[in-house]
Design a protein. Structure first.
Ligand code: SF4
Ligand code: SF4
Length: 385
């Protein structure tokens, strides 16, 4: 809860600086709280209106619910002043981090990233295991034009490795000169950013930028929208100059230039989920839809709450690592997808795929969950994975 006895001018100024005075224009209409999907599931959970008010007044806000926010940005999209509420949440987290008041699980994750560069269970020595038999170049040993940044979740999760394999096959088919860093790859720092450990993030980002520069790559492409957000919006402040793209941008460009031509009709209906960091953060709403529309026989049936109104899967902002009980947002989202009657729910984000597949099983829904590139691969190479 807010500690109203502690009004701290220094804190107020610090919050204003950290958020570029984001909270100043708030007039407490409450639209943010009314639109927060996590607050809807549990009113005792995160309350963005109160957080913004606390920042305006310089109140301490170190309630545990601060860590429940998925930083999805739906509140910001609905706010009449477009107040950057996730930035206010992150500023409070940064202040809590400075006092070492963070959930124990985050302490563990930070140590994992610090010691071995991985936010997920697994050794950096195993990062390239998924590439076996795929003939993918090692960008730490030879120059490549395009660096494929794989990310922690995809490197270590068997299901998600299939997405990476599909992307590698599609890039090879299109004749793209690409490679991966393999054992040399390290966490992008999305979780570090969302915990608010900025000093560590600077160190991690600087080391990653050095690795990226050594490859000589002219572009970086990512599988996760979270990594894309880090490289596009956060790393430039630490000196990253190489342009970064989420793979849907890159793939859509290849399709538009005629370098990828899909021929095998898939003959099915799909519905598209807009991941928060791909959509609201990077505004990449059309690319997944354009790619899917170029696959013969594929029809998109839109579900409710799409694009800037999309409901989060519940995993962003570090929530993926926390054991939060109660009804899950992903249950709600897969139900929305199933309502369309589509056979496949397409979600171009590793976290969303994991969450939705769990929810589909839990709710016993007859729905496939796929990344965009898996369907491209299926149409190009005729394989059902
Ligand atoms: S929606 Fe915007 S203006 Fe309204 S309470 Fe929330 S932050 Fe303030
Ligand atoms: S960012 Fe998302 S989860 Fe966090 S307060 Fe806003 S709507 Fe709620």
């Amino acid at each position: 809860m807010i500690n109203t006895k502690i009004v701290d001018i220094e804190l107020m100024e610090k919050l204003a600086e950290l958020t570029s005075r984001a909270a100043d224009y708030c007039y407490q209409c409450g639209t943010c709280t009314g639109s927060c999907p996590l607050n809807l599931l549990n009113p005792e959970s995160i309350n963005p209106r109160r957080i913004v008010r606390s920042a305006q007044l310089g109140l301490v806000y170190d309630d545990g619910n601060l860590w429940h926010c998925s930083t999805c940005g739906l509140c910001e999209a609905k706010c009449p002043w477009s107040i950057k509420i996730p930035d206010v949440v992150r500023a409070y987290r940064q202040i809590s981090s400075e006092k070492r008041k963070i959930p124990q699980k985050f302490e563990e994750i930070l140590w994992m990233v610090y010691e071995d560069g991985t936010a997920f269970p697994g050794s950096s020595m195993e990062r390239a295991a998924w590439t076996e038999g795929l003939n993918i170049r090692d960008a730490s040993k030879q120059k490549v034009q395009v660096l494929l940044y794989v990310g922690c979740a995809v490197s270590f999760d068997k299901r998600l490795q299939k997405v990476a394999a599909s992307l590698a096959k599609v890039l090879s088919t299109a004749g793209v000169d690409f490679g991966v860093l393999g054992r040399q790859e390290r966490c992008c720092g999305d979780v570090v950013y969302n915990i608010g450990e900025d000093a560590f993030l600077e160190e991690l980002a600087s080391q990653n930028i050095e690795r990226f520069n050594k490859t000589g790559a002219e572009a970086i492409i990512t599988i996760s929208p979270h990594s894309a957000h880090m490289f596009k919006k956060v790393y430039p402040r630490y000196g990253l100059k190489i342009p970064a793209y989420h793979y849907v941008e890159f793939l859509n460009d290849l399709i538009e230039k005629g370098k990828i031509r899909m021929s095998k009709p898939l003959d099915h209906e799909v519905t598209v989920h807009d991941p928060c960091y791909l959509g609201r953060y990077l505004k990449l709403y059309e690319e997944p839809r354009k790619i899917l529309s170029s696959i013969p026989g594929t029809k998109i049936i839109e579900m409710n709450d799409i694009k800037e109104n999309a409901i989060c899967c519940g995993s962003g902002g570090g929530r993926h690592f926390l054991d939060i009980h109660g009804e899950r947002l992903s249950h709600y989202r897969v139900a929305q997808a199933a309502q369309t009657g589509a056979k496949t729910l397409v979600a171009p984000c590793p976290f969303c795929i994991q969450n939705f597949e769990d929810s589909v099983k839990t709710k016993k829904l007859g729905l496939y969950v796929r990344d965009v590139v898996e369907l491209v691969d299926q149409s190009l190479n005729g394989e059902v994975r």
